[in-house]
Design a protein around this ligand. Structure first.
Ligand SMILES: NC(=O)c1ccc[n+]([C@@H]2O[C@H](COP(=O)([O-])OP(=O)(O)OC[C@H]3O[C@@H](n4cnc5c(N)ncnc54)[C@H](OP(=O)(O)O)[C@@H]3O)[C@@H](O)[C@H]2O)c1
Length: 271
């Protein structure tokens, strides 16, 4: 692992789940970290765990362009530059297109605003600083960025969009020395399914998965940090995730059947 002393890592959505693990692991490795979230109690809890002077946490919404500008400016004012940007903040949804009527449009827009446009805003404002540092831009994508998942149509769209956009700017930025990559966790224990929006835009308040059986957020964050250090192109995590990406690429009809079987019981979305 290359030394992170004096380096600055900007991680969106670092107050919970995978982002929080990234923040704490990067701090342990000696980096300065700037992050954000919206829930104040989570911000206080994270600040309480950090060494003095190494962490800044801002209360803001990445779906708001000016908030992202403020986040980037704060990182530069506080620590003098940005070496790594991890676009991690994300929300999910669980709702079928044929249920709940037109309200699902607003849900899909909100998911796109946070997951896709939030990444576009932060990357745009951070880009001059990343060019200066010859830094790294990371997108935290998902297996849903390779294979559309039922009930998560807006989420899948946001991750496909994220990956396509990152792939495009990767080739644009080659000669600037900026490395662009994305990582795709499989199912990872976190709060994301509890707060996933239903077709009315309200948090489900429960997870349809056995969270204890999933990859833990610390393991996921460790894999991301190593991949950033190695300047990998992409990482697909978990055996199930790798299998899904492989089957969908080479045997898409079989993948359709297996995905349907995994998510539905007797015609009902159960996961
Ligand atoms: N967990 C999984 O199974 C899984 C699998 C594949 C990919 N991912 C991806 O991994 C990333 C992290 O997800 P996670 O599972 O760690 O979720 P999580 O536990 O729900 O944490 C999400 C973090 O993002 C923050 N956040 C959410 N919306 C935000 C907004 N609009 N503005 C600023 N901060 C915001 C949350 O804080 P506040 O709510 O307080 O704002 C929290 O700190 C996401 O991009 C997700 O799509 C997760």
């Amino acid at each position: 692992m290359n030394s992170l002393q004096g380096k600055t890592v900007l991680i969106t959505g670092g107050t919970d789940g995978i982002g929080r693990s990234l923040v704490l692991q990067y701090l342990k490795l000696g980096a300065n970290v700037v992050t954000c979230g919206r829930a104040q109690h989570k911000i206080h809890a994270l600040e309480a765990e950090a060494p003095i002077g190494k962490l800044c946490v801002l209360n803001l919404d990445v779906a708001v362009e000016r908030d992202c500008e403020r986040l980037v400016n704060h990182a530069v004012q506080q620590f003098g530059g940005i070496d790594v940007l991890i676009n991690n903040a994300g929300i999910s949804m669980r709702g079928l297109m044929n249920e709940g009527g037109k309200e699902i449009i607003g849900v899909i827009k909100r998911v796109m605003d946070v997951n896709f446009y939030g990444s576009v805003y932060c990357t745009t404002y951070a880009l001059p600083h990343l060019i200066k540092s010859k830094g790294v831009i990371v997108g935290v994508s998902s297996i849903a960025g390779y294979r559309g998942l039922p009930g998560r149509s807006g989420y899948s769209a946001s991750k496909f969009a994220l990956q396509g956009w990152l792939e495009a700017i990767k080739t644009e930025l080659v000669e600037k020395g900026v490395h662009v990559m994305w990582v795709s966790p499989g199912f990872t224990a976190s709060n994301i399914r509890n707060v996933a929006l239903n077709h009315k835009g309200v948090a489900h308040g429960e997870s349809p998965l056995d969270e204890k059986s999933l990859m833990d957020a610390d393991t996921c964050a460790g894999i991301i940090i190593e991949a950033v250090d190695d300047r990998k192109r992409t990482v697909v995590m978990t055996f199930q995730g790798k299998q899904t990406v492989f089957l969908n690429k080479f045997f898409p009809k079989l993948a359709d059947k297996l995905v349907r079987k995994f998510f539905f019981r007797d015609g009902e979305l159960v996961k």
